[in-house]
Design a protein around this ligand. Structure first.
Ligand SMILES: NC(=O)c1ccc[n+]([C@@H]2O[C@H](COP(=O)([O-])OP(=O)(O)OC[C@H]3O[C@@H](n4cnc5c(N)ncnc54)[C@H](O)[C@@H]3O)[C@@H](O)[C@H]2O)c1
Ligand SMILES: CC(C)[C@H](C(=O)O)[C@@H](O)C(=O)O
Ligand SMILES: [Mg+2]
Length: 353
């Protein structure tokens, strides 16, 4: 198979985790006789520095002419600490999602057997946890009209959803639940928010078309607790943009590290694969960040192309690395391996098994 990939390393640890992902994909390409062609482009703080724009047109063009996008991370403390910055790295990522209409963000959460004991949560609580969050990605409070503070101490963000935005991702989530364990939980705040009540109405209506899926509802505050208390109860969680952002970082604790949580951002035409973590600026250039979230995002890209054996091989390699403790310091502070060592171990494993 011949595929063109737009690679957007971004900021902070982005370039390092992308490098290891390319190493692993190269091993897959060699072993299974594929050609993956990469075109790199700037996004985020580095794109502001180089082009004065967090998502230059040239980057968007490269993305639109590729078969998929592989994204590292964006963000830099110089913007995080300056609320008055006129342009921000995050705008690059948000514009990319919007321009490519990547409305569904799939965030799988898995408790890996080999490292159950490393989680701050009790082993018997997290064992067997395997769920996926369907996070709406191009609507809601992220994209509603904003009013910045004009010096009078007032600012606002509009939270707005249209029923079509709810229905298109809900369908994908119902389809996923059908193929999985047949359970879907809508996470919302329908006891307070009108937009959440629209979510309930639309999702309840759609549920009639999926009799094999059991639908239930959780308020987001309760969901935040249940995810930690009894994560194995969940199969598919469907939620809006901001709730999905928050509960997915929380849920990554079940896997053992934010550095282990991948995602796929899907639209009608394009697909982007991105870890759920950020640019972890404290680790930039130190070769200590966990590359597995990005590598597993790469595996989701392979699945997206129907390369199931190849994706399975990447996951097998990850499981072997976890078994053998070939992991970075987030998972093994006492005797950590470097980012590049983890990538090399995985690619060697793939080539030899
Ligand atoms: N998709 C993205 O590009 C994305 C996502 C989240 C945050 N951000 C941006 O990243 C910057 C930093 O934000 P933050 O500190 O809140 O979130 P972050 O995800 O960068 O890091 C939070 C913490 O998670 C851990 N962590 C994250 N990635 C890791 C990895 N690969 N390996 C090991 N540990 C890892 C570290 O302990 C880190 O301190 C901000 O500018 C923010 O806007 C970008
Ligand atoms: C950087 C930020 C805009 C982004 C989001 O909130 O979607 C990030 O936190 C994520 O989870 O991908
Ligand atoms: Mg986030």
């Amino acid at each position: 198979m011949n595929k063109k990939v737009a690679v957007l390393p971004g900021d902070g640890i982005g370039p390092e985790v992308i490098e290891e992902t390319k190493k692993v994909l190269h091993a897959i390409a060699t072993k299974y006789n594929h050609t993956f062609e990469y075109t790199e482009a700037d996004v985020g703080a580095i794109a502001i520095d180089r082009h004065g724009d967090p998502l230059p047109d040239s980057t968007l063009e490269i993305c639109k002419s590729s078969d998929a996008l592989l994204f590292g991370a964006i963000g830099d403390p110089k913007y995080d600490n300056d609320p008055n910055a006129p342009v921000r790295p995050e705008q690059g990522l948000l514009k990319l999602r919007k321009e490519l209409n990547l409305f569904a963000n799939l965030r799988p959460i898995l408790a890996f057997d080999a490292i159950l004991h490393l989680s701050p949560l009790k082993e018997d609580r997290i064992k067997g946890s395997d769920f996926i969050i369907y996070r709406e990605l191009t609507g809601g409070i992220y994209f509603g009209d904003k009013k910045e503070d004009n010096g009078e101490g007032v600012a606002s963000d509009l939270l707005i959803y249209h029923k079509e935005e709810i229905r298109r991702i809900a369908r994908l989530a119902f389809e996923a639940a059908k193929k999985r364990r047949g359970k879907m939980t809508l996470v919302d705040k329908a006891n307070v928010l009108a937009s959440s009540r629209l979510w309930r109405k639309e999702v309840q209506q759609l549920a009639n078309e999926y009799p094999e899926v059991t639908l239930d509802f959780l308020f987001v505050d309760n969901a935040a607790m249940q995810i930690i208390l009894r994560p194995s109860q969940f199969d598919v969680l469907l939620t809006s943009n901001m709730f999905g952002d928050i509960i997915s970082d929380e849920a990554s604790v079940i896997s053992g590290s934010l550095g282990l949580s991948p995602s796929a951002s899907i639209g009608d035409q394009y697909a982007m694969f991105e870890p759920i973590h950020g640019s972890y600026p404290q680790a930039k250039g130190k070769n200590i960040a966990n590359p597995m979230a990005t590598i597993l995002s790469g595996a989701m890209m392979l699945e997206h192309w129907g390369l199931m054996n190849e994706a399975e091989k990447v996951k097998e390699a990850i499981n072997r690395a976890l078994d053998e403790n070939i992991v970075t310091e987030d998972l093994n502070p006492a005797t950590p391996h470097k980012t590049s060592e983890v990538g090399s171990f995985l690619s060697e494993y793939i080539l030899n098994h």
